[in-house]
Design a protein around this ligand. Structure first.
Ligand code: FES
Length: 225
């Protein structure tokens, strides 16, 4: 897919948001993924041109962060957290079931181009471990069976809702929201629930509080010798 002038306009809008235009590179790479389905060579060159930096610099950034893909992701990105808590509570089994269902391993697209499977790191959602993401929306407390069912429903084109509320769109749509988080969609759904607040509630009931932070150390004078 060619990089259109409309996409370059959106890139320039992002670049104009920052005192240093190159600070816009991360959202610009999400924008490229939303249009191209991957961080394509054309997208890299367009970012470099808009920001006045080299394609090598753009490539260096895009290959450092795992959210940027250099192959077609397909319609839906499926992430399975395999960090400590999720792994211990069943994340490894969830990943194995999805790997079998989709016929792919880590960081690979399915043969039909509909799904991309990835083992992901902690999503700061450990309260609801094991956690799976679909196009970066949370699916909390999944099991191997419910995870495969989510993929089956997406494959049938059914409407699927994140356990936190938002309707699953697709990878490209999420990538556009990541580029422009003020689109009114970024904070849909609930980000906190009773389970997440349980520790805080118990601490309040028991009158517990965190120890105050130590006072900063006084500056030491240095003698020259
Ligand atoms: S370990 Fe999976 S969300 Fe934290």
């Amino acid at each position: 897919m060619a990089i259109t002038e409309a996409l370059c306009d959106e890139m320039r809008q992002l670049a104009a948001l920052y005192p240093q235009s190159r600070s816009a590179l991360l959202p610009m790479l999400h924008l490229v993924q939303s249009a191209e389905g991957e961080v394509s060579i054309d997208g890299i060159n367009a970012c470099a041109e808009v920001l006045g930096i080299t394609s090598a610099e753009v490539t260096a950034v895009s290959t450092f962060y795992t959210m940027y893909k250099r192959k077609q992701v397909g319609k839906h990105h499926i992430g399975v957290c395999i960090n400590t808590l999720c792994g211990l509570l069943g994340g490894d089994a969830v990943y194995a079931a999805l790997s079998e269902r989709l016929g792919v391993g880590h960081d690979q697209p399915s043969a039909d181009g509909e799904f991309w499977l990835e083992r992901i790191e902690c999503q700061a959602a450990c309260t609801h471990a094991p956690v799976m993401t679909v196009d970066w929306e949370f699916m909390d407390d999944v099991t191997p069976a419910t995870a495969v069912d989510i993929v089956d429903r997406l494959a049938r084109g059914e409407v699927v809702e994140s356990t936190r509320g938002p309707i699953i769109r697709d990878f490209a749509a999420t990538a556009h929201t990541l580029a422009f988080p003020n689109d009114g969609l970024a904070d849909q759904g609930s980000s906190v629930d009773d389970k997440m607040l349980a520790g805080l509630m118990i601490a309040k009931e028991r009158g517990m509080s965190a120890p105050s932070a130590p006072a900063p150390a006084a500056p030491t004078s240095q003698t020259e010798g």
